[in-house]
Design a protein around this ligand. Structure first.
Ligand SMILES: Cc1cc2nc3c(=O)[nH]c(=O)nc-3n(C[C@H](O)[C@H](O)[C@H](O)COP(=O)(O)OP(=O)(O)OC[C@H]3O[C@@H](n4cnc5c(N)ncnc54)[C@H](O)[C@@H]3O)c2cc1C
Ligand SMILES: [Mg+2]
Length: 454
């Protein structure tokens, strides 16, 4: 008899969802979490009375698994504020615009539309869940999104806007990312509008109490003693009939283990016997991007009075994209700014006071001097989190997507894999984390049932 039926490694949304599903099927589960909190890439803070999401925030239509889970545990959502004009700070010039189409001039817009449609056409040839089966997969994987943009003769404006997309979605520059990975990512989210849109897209809504509240409630419902915090899993030994999962507190035996950590973090666990070489290569090459967040909280969303939505895109940095993340009753005005890719590499390296100055100055360039005087300010650098190493998701370089992709989910004996990167829909998102946890739980349930009848 093993200590438990299943051990889950990682108490992010994916691991917690897996544990929940297994428990609901009557299995005995234990979750080990390295940090002294649950949630992983979802985390919240209270700034001048406003709850802010330091990590994953937005959800949208079609993200059925996270929406269902949030409903089950009773965490409400509200629409992302998007009335009024968006801002584009571009080549030192500040312009207002509506919707998703930035004011780039006729030639600039035509170029953007041409390159965008080419990218989406190409992405539709990549089979969801099986990027390695795309026509000329190896060729697509051998190049980067950036080199493809160059080959397409994308204009400077188009290139720079695609860099905004790349920093937001993957926390990296286009020149760092496998083209095949980018195409597959766009395909599995249902296109660029689905990925980026406030109406009908992935940025449509956010959680009233913060996304972290979903993780907290799922963890609480698992019951006392199920989640062990401050317990990094150091080693997983597998034998014919199960696994031994070791932390500093000693070994736990189980029939199966679900590893629900970002792919790169698989490397921090010592597997015995070693994982197959393709699994190891995947863990080496699927390193996370780098994306940081800043929040400035004001007594009121003052930009709304100027007819502004709070959404802005800038080519100046370090904050390159912003959203209005105010509470539903607008009792505070909350501006959320992203710092990602190369911007984050510079900005993450300076001290807290300097980061604040640079971030608030960027917000003031967009929304005026009032932005310099918030009631409260905070920022979060995900690349500094030891047990995550970055975000929002994996950003594999050339050659790491096609054949290795299948290793994301392929079990190794009693070892199963979860985490948002392993999802076939909305990978990289909260929804992917949840669906991947559910998928891994189903896999394990089937395997254990088959063992029982054998
Ligand atoms: C800045 C930022 C913004 C984002 N914005 C959005 C958004 O708006 N919408 C959206 O849908 N998604 C967003 N995301 C992505 C979303 O947060 C993630 O997809 C999701 O939270 C991942 O959940 P997960 O459970 O797969 O992994 P994680 O949350 O990374 O959980 C993994 C857990 O494993 C733990 N762990 C690691 N190694 C070990 C070990 N050896 N032993 C034990 N525990 C270990 C970690 O501490 C962590 O708690 C964003 C992410 C970031 C960083
Ligand atoms: Mg998890």
């Amino acid at each position: 008899m093993t200590d438990v039926d299943v051990v889950v490694v990682g108490a992010g949304l994916s691991g917690l969802t897996a544990a929940r599903a297994l428990q609901q099927r009557g299995l005995r589960v234990r979750v080990f979490e390295a940090q002294d909190r649950v949630g992983g890439r979802v985390r919240s803070a209270t700034v001048a009375g406003a709850v802010v999401d330091l990590g994953g925030t937005f959800v949208g239509p079609g993200q059925e698994r996270i929406l269902a889970l949030a409903d089950e545990v009773g965490v409400a959502r509200h629409p992302t504020y998007d009335s009024g004009d968006n801002l584009l700070l571009w080549r030192k010039d500040r312009r207002r615009y509506r919707g998703l189409v930035p004011p780039l001039g006729v030639a600039g817009l035509l170029d953007l539309v041409r390159v965008r449609s080419a990218l989406e056409r190409l992405s539709r040839k990549v089979p969801v869940g099986r990027p390695g089966d795309a026509p000329d997969a190896a060729g697509l994987d051998a190049r980067t999104l950036g080199s493809w943009l160059t080959a397409k003769r994308a204009g400077r404006g188009t290139h720079d806007l695609m860099a905004v997309v790349s920093r937001t979605s993957w926390g990296c520059e286009p020149s760092e990312l496998s083209l095949l990975y980018a195409l597959h990512y766009v395909a599995q989210a249902g296109g660029l509008d689905a990925l980026l849109g406030t109406r009908g897209g992935a940025v449509e809504q956010h959680f009233v109490e913060g996304a972290h509240e979903v993780a907290v409630r799922v963890a609480d419902a698992l019951g006392d003693g199920t989640v062990r915090l401050g317990s990094p899993v150091l080693r997983i030994d597998r034998s014919g009939d199960g696994v031994t999962v070791s932390t500093d507190d000693g070994p736990t035996t189980a029939r199966r283990v679900i590893v629900a950590v970002p792919p790169a973090l698989r490397r921090r666990i010592r597997f015995a016997p070693e994982l197959p070489s393709a699994h190891r290569r995947l863990a080496q090459r699927w390193s996370p991007g780098i994306l940081s967040k800043v929040y400035a909280v004001y007594d009121t969303p003052f930009w709304r009075g100027d007819g502004l939505s709070g959404m802005a895109v800038s080519d100046e940095g370090p904050v390159f994209i912003t959203f209005d993340a105010s509470p539903r009753d607008a009792s505070r005005g909350v501006l959320l700014g992203f710092v990602g890719g190369d911007y984050a590499r510079d900005w993450d390296a300076v001290d807290a006071a300097e980061r604040r100055i640079r971030a608030l100055s960027a917000l003031a360039d967009l929304f005026g001097e009032r932005a310099l005087r918030p009631l409260g300010y905070t920022d979060h650098r995900w690349a500094e989190e030891d047990w995550l190493g970055g975000g929002p998701t994996a950003a594999p370089g050339p050659g790491a997507s096609g054949a290795l992709h299948a290793r994301l989910t392929e079990p190794v004996g009693p070892i199963h894999w979860a985490g948002t990167e392993t999802a076939t829909r909305w990978a990289g998102h909260l929804d992917g984390a949840v669906s991947a946890g559910e998928r891994a739980a189903r896999e394990v349930t089937v395997a254990l049932t088959l063992e029982a009848v054998r």
